[in-house]
Write a protein that binds this ligand. Structure first.
Ligand code: C5P
Length: 309
């Protein structure tokens, strides 16, 4: 019997993400903000294994601190599995075993990646055979970033971030990621952005009526040119994140003075992302950051979305 025959489960690898551009519009009636973003999937990978079970259970380990991850029904991956089962009329369960590389509550879509992984792994385990479209619809119900974790690569996200269209990107972009022990709540960061826009009307422009991705970002991605991208990256959530976590500003400045082409808060943070020239520049930058006492992980983008291995 081969190893593949002995293994009764399915295994999916799913990437984390960086928003290389994020423009946030006004809050809608449902509380979500309309946005325009450019995602790239990065080489920090969540490994999701689904094993046959009568119940829905989960265990989470990882190379990052996973102490904040709920290991019960609150976990988005379990909610994903339950949603797929309900949708498909499947009456069994699953045991999910997740190994995380993406920093937890860090603004890099780790929880969303786990949910996307659970959808693909359970779909295969249970022999459901959902179409990409069906999986995308479930993903969008689970969270704004879940569809991108399915898709991977480089994409533009509109609406809540879940209306995806692929974007052309050449070559690879090298990043150094600096996670932080204290996670941030995404809703809290959006609320802080709204508060700042209201309280500092004279200094901060109003929410754009129709958010759009700066064409310079698309051009830089198409050209595969990190210097060009460095001049175009932007994150509207950054000021709100730094207002909640002023300690991060010094780290951003340190990374930039240590030679990063640019630094930005990843998504709602608190993970910081520094763009490097190439792999060796990323390694050098990571060493400098570590010497200054920061955790630093090198990664590259883009990589594929959720896929069975
Ligand atoms: O969809 P997800 O659960 O990842 O979103 C988490 C929270 O982030 C939402 O509840 C909302 O407060 C905020 N959010 C938003 N606008 C978006 C995406 C997320 O306000 N487009």
């Amino acid at each position: 019997m081969t190893l593949a025959q002995e293994f009764p489960g399915t295994r999916v690898r799913v990437p984390g993400k960086i928003n290389v551009f994020l423009e946030v519009g006004a809050a809608q009636d449902d509380g979500y903000h309309e946005l325009a973003t450019a995602f790239q999937a990065v080489s920090l990978i969540e490994d999701v294994v689904a094993m046959p079970s009568d119940d829905f259970t989960i265990e989470v380990v990882g190379s990052v601190d996973v102490s904040g991850v709920p290991q019960d029904d609150r976990n988005l991956a379990i909610r994903a599995a339950r949603m797929l089962a309900a949708e498909a009329g499947y009456d069994g369960g699953v045991h999910l075993s997740i190994r995380k590389e993406v920093p937890v509550a860090g603004g890099m879509g780790g929880g969303s990646a786990d949910a996307a992984g659970a959808l693909v792994a359970c779909d295969a385990l249970w022999g459901i055979g959902s179409t990409q479209q069906q999986l995308h619809a479930l993903a969008a119900r689970l969270g704004a970033d879940v569809p991108f974790a399915l898709a991977g690569g480089t994409a533009i996200g509109m609406g809540r971030g879940d209306e995806l269209s692929p974007a052309l990107a050449r070559g690879r972009f090298d990043w150094v990621l600096v996670p932080n022990d204290e996670g941030l709540s995404t809703p809290e960061v959006y609320r802080e952005l709204d508060r700042r826009r209201e309280a500092h009307r004279a200094d901060i422009g109003p929410a754009p009526e129709r958010p759009s991705v700066d064409p310079a970002v698309l051009q830089a991605l198409r050209a595969g040119d990190p210097r060009m991208l460095a001049g175009a990256i932007r994150n509207d959530l950054q000021a709100a994140t730094l207002s909640l976590r002023p300690d991060l500003a010094a780290v951003l400045e340190f990374g930039e003075s240590a030679g990063a082409l640019a630094g930005l808060v990843s998504g709602s943070g608190p993970t910081l992302a520094f763009l490097a020239e190439d792999p060796s520049h990323a390694e050098q930058l990571a060493r400098e950051l570590r010497r200054a006492g920061h955790d630093a992980i090198t990664a590259y983008a883009p990589v594929p979305g959720a896929r069975l291995v």
